[in-house]
Write a protein that binds this ligand. Sequence first.
Ligand code: NOJ
Ligand code: CA
Length: 680
Amino acid sequence: MKYPFRLIAIAMILLSPAVFAKELRVSSPNGEITVIVSDDTATPQYQVLFKGEQVIAASRLGMVFKQGPYLDKGFTIKDSIRNKVNASWQQPWGERSQVSDHHNELAVTFSAARAQVNHYTVRVKVFDDGLGFRYEVPTQPGLTGPVEITNELTEFAIKEYKNSTAFWIPSRAFNRYEYVYNTTPLEQVHIAHTPFTFTSASGVHVSIHEAALVDYAGMSLNQRRPGVLKADLAPWSDGILVKTTADFKTPWRTVQISKDAVGLLNSNLILNLNEANKLGDVSWVEPGKYVGIWWGMHIKETTWGSGETHGATTAEVKRYMDFAAKYGFKGVLVEGWNIGWDGDWFFNGDVFNFSKAYDDFDIEAISQYGQAKGVKLIGHHETSGNVTNYRQQMAEAFDLYQKHGVSQVKTGYVADGGNIKRIDQQGNARFEWHDGQFMVNEYLYNITEAAKRNISINTHEPIKATGLRRTYPNWISREGARGQEFNAWGSPPNPPEHTTILPFTRLLAGPMDFTPGIFDLSFNGLGADSNRPQTTLAKQLALYVVLYSPIQMAADLPRNYQANLPALQFIVDVPTDWQDSRALAGEIGEYVVFARQDKHSDDWFVGGLTDEKARTITFKLDFLDADKKYQAQIYRDGSEANWIDKPYELEIENLEVTTDTLTIPMATSGGFAIRFQPQN
Ligand code: NOJ
Ligand code: CA
């Protein structure tokens, strides 16, 4: 009688998942990054190694549905498929015209021993600069029609969380993405937006984000147990996270990994995980520089609302068009021309009319005036977060712009986080998050409606960028972080380190319409305590190269540029579309240097900037063509410059390049901008 018991015991051990636990590995082409997917204790998990060391420890996968069985425990690896890609593709505009896509792929199918909701796939792609994985949930018994996701179980268990520094902004907060960055021990993060970037004591640089956010809720990271960051999806107003239908795919959960800070900047991961251009010929999408009726309102010289101080008058727009034509700007943005700005426009979303102008603004006359000068009106749609009011007028509003030759529109969704107002089918007001699924879809609807009329969109108060510019190249830029406007009225304004953190966080997601180029830094007086750009003048110029966007504003008033034409020359010369881009040097929150090659000439441009510390930077000129001789026009901080009381000290030098390296001093919160021109 002894034996049968023992046999049963052995059989049980053999059948227990621990014994059968399976793991599958996939590595980057260069072998440095490895993702391991496993079903240890019948729970789907993944982990990530960099050069053989764990960066993300075994972390949970899965999701919970409102209806019935969900994807968590009881799943084991059933099948897998592998693939390799080594290709490249062209961007219509971008940091570089050619993008290489070299990765190894592993699709793992998990299955559970039950009748309903019993299989799904986790697809992993590993590149040399990071990885992405997503869930693919097919139609199956128990999952046929509508599906409501109430929890995504994805976790990122940071191995070295005790010795890591995180650079992050809070999520699920009133000011959307517009926060001063926190630099804290990783353990002090609560709930953070992505891109969420951290560095570990061992020197690994990591950024967690997502790619191809379509018809799903935006993901934040919520630190539950110390070091364990859980996917936290922005909910609908009724509490559901995602409303979808069976046979759905999630966005890619992405992890960029590099041995140094600069490596994060030279990554194409997010773009590579997006689908190819769906719009066909997009030659009508035009990168370029613009000026606008804008800063005057932010510094309170003029108003969006009507009356004596109204900014958007026909006469004023013509004056801006004259200035634009003279200095080669392609467009003039005009805010505040349409009815709805009077009173407190922040709360006025219900009354915006997107086609009716104030009496002192004549769109017909303005577009004709611009046409004669080769300058386009750039349109504006501020919704103040009332998206139903906008939706009802959107087609007509775009038609009007198209009729007047407007090919770019800036949109705005100024409303507190969680306070986007929509009217549901029963006529009730519902309040949504800017990064919830409802708005993810609403923003994309706006892009596709604009595309039908060959209009490009620059979204302010946007959903974060996740690389959709590849699929919809008319989504030309967006805000989604603290921009220059905070230096007019923000309390506090952006600190000197702000633009040394942005490239390693927000900008990893895609272009940002920061609106650089403020020349009058003392409209509220100089010093450290006034509302003003906390930079030197040279640093304002550096921003054009450092903060990538295919459209760049020269944000200041024309009179301030006219008062400093030598410095304006750099803004006139700098392009916004690039053949190639290379980050040359940088440490997060300290300094950063970029080199970019003009798409349409052999010129190279370099921009560098620093935080509140003055520092001297030396960089190699090996990006230049060794067979050519170059002339360099250098705009840098003068020897006495500092951002607090001597921000205007700017040295402009013209020299022939005779060395292999260049050494440039930067003042406190200073920087430099250089144009390299080949000589014949
Ligand atoms: C906020 C935007 O970021 C800013 O650029 C714009 O001027 C105002 N909203 C008004 O639309
Ligand atoms: Ca804003």
